[in-house]
Design a protein around this ligand. Structure first.
Ligand code: 5AD
Length: 362
């Protein structure tokens, strides 16, 4: 535990959050960017942690209206990696000096509890890396078994705090309800570091509901927060017009600037959190998406280590694979890009660091 001085005073009342989300004047926004960057520097420092992303399966039982992996997308070739393939990627992460691997998949019941537990144990035994899971909505029994096997963290975005919109775009499986907040609390109880987050600019999502999302980040005391712009996928109901959602007067845009504002506000709301510069941001701004996010609150990048043939099939939204093919996030160029920002590659697992408030803190 270390003591840090209080962050710069950018108020985070609901009214202030809303005003920042609506602000378009760059001279005004400079104060938000500066406060977020300064808070990031004081609380999580200049290290940028690299988490090696391994997309272990693109099977999905769900019918989410936004996601290209949805079961209804018949044009997608499906794959599930073998344990040996995943382990090989984990070794590669270790060789590259990363502290964490992230195992991600759709909601895939084909990933059996014991198989995954064995895999987590093997990765821990062979590499000692921190293991983050991002496998959708699983039973608490599954999550417990994987925690016992050594998994350290779990990512599960709540996507939007607007209940009605969530139900519409994320239909529950037959006979089940989808309560991601309850799962996050169960994960926390099991001793995982918990990550969540949202898409920004979903059709029907308002400024007011994103302000509520940011308040929720704080209330959940998240260890990790992932924020990306919504990107329409043509093979989904939100991309092909089959789920028409009336645009409300208060619709929040799905552009880069708005997503960056949410990143900055998330940093101010949760100063200790690990916040990635997400692939979705880099996808809509290939040139400087990572850089801008890193300068406005983010401190993590998740380079994709999935073998290429599989990676091409992990098309959550369009453009994602093209970016990866261009090598935009290969290790060498990343280190150089970080150096240009006055930042450096993080060492160690990059866990959330808890700070005690300094004497001057109220
Ligand atoms: N645009 C942007 N992000 C998306 N995700 C899923 N579909 C899309 C999309 N069309 C995000 C969700 C999910 C994460 C893995 O990817 O927030 O939790």
């Amino acid at each position: 535990m270390t003591a840090v001085p209080p962050p710069p005073t950018v108020g985070l009342s609901r009214a202030a959050i809303l005003a920042w989300l609506r602000e378009r004047d760059e001279t005004q926004l400079a104060a938000l960017w500066q406060a977020a960057d300064e808070t990031r520097r004081r609380y999580v420092g200049d290290e940028v942690h690299l988490r090696g992303l391994i997309e272990i399966s693109n099977h999905c039982a769900r019918q989410c209206a936004y996601c290209g992996l949805r079961a209804g997308n018949r044009s997608l070739e499906r794959y599930r990696m073998t344990s040996a393939e995943v382990l090989e990627c984990a070794r590669r992460a270790q060789q590259l000096g990363y502290g964490t691997v992230v195992l991600q998949a759709g909601d895939d019941p084909g990933l059996a509890r014991d198989w995954l537990a064995d895999l987590v144990r093997s990765i821990k035994r062979e590499t000692g890396l921190a293991v983050t899971l991002s496998l959708g909505e699983r039973s608490v029994a599954d999550m417990r078994a994987w925690r016992t096997a050594g998994a350290d963290r779990y990512l599960l975005r709540f996507e939007t705090s607007d209940r009605q919109l969530y139900q519409l775009i994320h239909p529950p499986l037959p006979g089940q309800s989808s309560d991601r907040l309850a799962l996050l609390s169960a994960l926390h109880e099991l001793g995982y570091e918990i990550g969540s987050g949202i898409m920004v600019g979903l059709p029907g999502q308002t400024y007011a509901s994103v302000a509520t999302d940011i308040e929720l980040f704080r209330r959940l005391d998240l260890d990790m927060i992932g924020i990306g712009p919504f990107i329409a996928h043509p093979a989904t109901p939100l991309g092909d017009g089959t789920l028409p959602i009336e645009v409300p007067a208060d619709q929040i845009p799905h552009d880069e600037l708005t997503a960056l504002k949410v990143v900055a506000l998330a940093r101010l709301a949760c100063p200790e959190a690990n916040i990635p510069a997400t692939t979705a941001l880099a996808t809509i701004d290939n040139e400087s998406g990572y850089e801008l996010a890193l300068q406005r609150g983010a401190n993590v990048i998740m380079p994709d280590l999935t073998p290429l043939p599989y990676r091409l099939c992990y098309e959550i939204y369009p453009g994602k694979t093209a970016l990866r093919e261009a090598g935009a996030d290969n290790g060498a160029s990343l280190a150089q890009r970080l150096q240009r920002l006055g930042r450096r590659v993080g060492t160690g697992p990059g866990n959330r660091q808890r700070h005690t408030p300094s004497a001057g803190d109220a």
